[in-house]
Design a protein around this ligand. Structure first.
Ligand SMILES: *Cc1c(COP(=O)(O)O)cnc(C)c1O
Length: 428
């Protein structure tokens, strides 16, 4: 396939937008080459500026779980837009989507809408700090919670020492309040809690991680975190920006039967418009302004177009019990097909999967945390990525990303994908 026009458009973009993109991963930095410019999309397919059709496994990094240009969402947005696009005043539709979200997700009484997953996580942590009166937080290496300062932290040599920022512009002062633990390693969490007794406001986690590949919590890891949090008066924050309304109606809380104290949402909840949200029981949510002392606000929060899109999306997911199962079945089919092909061609690999999230790692050992994920062979991944792209299959342009299946994908799309993988690695 030829991506000539995309390359030219990228060159133009680079002159006026840093790196030519408005979010770094889109620039293909870790796989090389130039990004594909999309013109439009429908169902499972992307149509690019060169006239290529691509089978999409990113789904806008998650939101388009029912496929692109999903009619009920598009119609709802058009109808709303005709009536005004922003008021900065309360609207009834905000209550409607709040009621629906609360009915779908376990263990939450109130929800506050914001404009992105970043905002949701940032606000959730402020709320946790305000509510507990403590400053420090624990996060896990390889988990992404958006780009606010507190989360852009890497461990120093010892995880018990202060973290150091991994982006210039994040101050040491901020970094010292973020402690870094190892995913799936409960001892690393216990060590941090012991060394910082009475100082930790919350533990924030992607309860199924999707930003270092797709990584599952093993050996009741989430249940163990719940116990630790209860013992030490720490709030457990589930960042379900990826997993919420994707892995189950009620997200990971439902799927793994664990309760979080605060839950963050984004992606699917906005149906493809900029929406994030965070939610908790009354006791915690009532701590937010204007009821309580923790400040949080937004000119465009609860925007009518965004709420209309989100409401249409959640309604569709709520009405059809079978969607999550259909998605999981398709993902399992893809997993089996890719495994067979990779085994047949002697390609060292590990595939992780849960529900409609899946990632292929060119690594020998099980991928259970950031370290094991980083051991994957990036040269093989690059070959895989570009080989797929050349055959019209669009997967995430980084080995550290999960794929997100959408329910518009057909079994014939999956078969084409499996065959494309075979073509790349076939021993001739
Ligand atoms: C995407 C993502 C975010 C950030 O959401 P944005 O809308 O990109 O700001 C936060 N947490 C997780 C788990 C995510 O996947």
């Amino acid at each position: 396939m030829i991506y000539k026009r995309s390359s030219a458009l990228f060159a133009n973009a680079e002159k006026v937008i840093p790196g030519g993109v408005n979010s770094p991963v889109r620039a293909f930095g870790s796989v090389g080459g130039t990004p594909v410019f999309v013109k439009e999309a429908k169902g499972a397919y992307l149509y690019d500026e060169d006239g290529n059709t691509l089978i999409d496994y990113i789904a806008s990094w998650g939101p388009m779980i029912l496929g692109h240009a999903f009619a009920p969402v598009v119609d709802a947005v058009i109808e709303k837009a005709k009536k005004g696009t922003s008021f900065g005043m309360p609207t009834e539709i905000e209550t409607k989507i709040a009621e629906l979200a609360i009915s779908m997700v376990p263990n939450i009484d109130k929800i506050r809408f914001v404009n992105s997953g970043t905002e949701a996580c940032m606000s959730a942590v402020r709320l946790a700090r305000g509510y507990t009166g403590k400053d420090k937080i624990i996060k896990f290496a390889g988990c992404y919670h958006g780009h606010s300062d507190s989360f852009l932290i890497q461990a120093g040599s010892g995880a018990v020492t202060f973290g150091s920022p991994n982006s210039p512009g994040v101050t040491q002062g901020t970094a010292k309040d973020t402690l870094l633990a190892k995913y799936n390693d409960i001892e690393s969490v216990k060590t941090l809690i012991e060394a910082n007794k009475g100082e930790i406001a919350c533990i924030i986690i992607e309860p199924v991680a999707g930003n270092m590949g797709c990584i599952l919590p093993l050996d009741n890891f989430l249940q163990k975190l719940r116990v630790l949090c209860d013992e030490h008066n720490i709030l457990l924050v589930f960042d379900e920006v990826m997993t919420g309304f994707r892995l189950a109606k009620g997200g990971v809380q439902e799927l793994y039967n664990v309760k979080a104290d605060i839950v963050c949402f984004g992606k699917v909840i906005g149906g493809g418009l900029p929406v994030g949200a965070f939610a908790a029981k009354n006791e915690i949510m009532n701590y937010l302004a204007p009821l309580g002392p923790v400040y949080q606000a937004g000119t465009l929060s609860g925007n009518p177009l965004a709420m209309a899109a989100g409401l249409a999306m959640l309604t569709a997911l709520n009405e059809d019990e079978s969607i999550f199962e259909e998605l999981a079945n398709k993902t399992e089919y893809l997993h089996k097909g890719l495994s067979q092909v990779l085994i047949k061609n002697n390609v060292t690999h590990t595939i992780n999967r849960v529900g409609s999230m899946i990632s292929v790692h060119f690594a020998e050992d099980a991928v259970v945390d950031f370290e094991s994920s980083a051991k994957g062979n990036n040269d093989t991944f690059k070959k895989f990525f570009h080989g797929m792209l050349n055959q019209g299959i669009y997967i995430a342009p980084s080995a550290f990303e999960s794929w997100f299946l959408n329910n518009a994908l057909s079994y014939s799309d999956l078969d084409k994908t499996i065959a494309a993988c075979n073509t790349i690695f076939e021993v001739k």
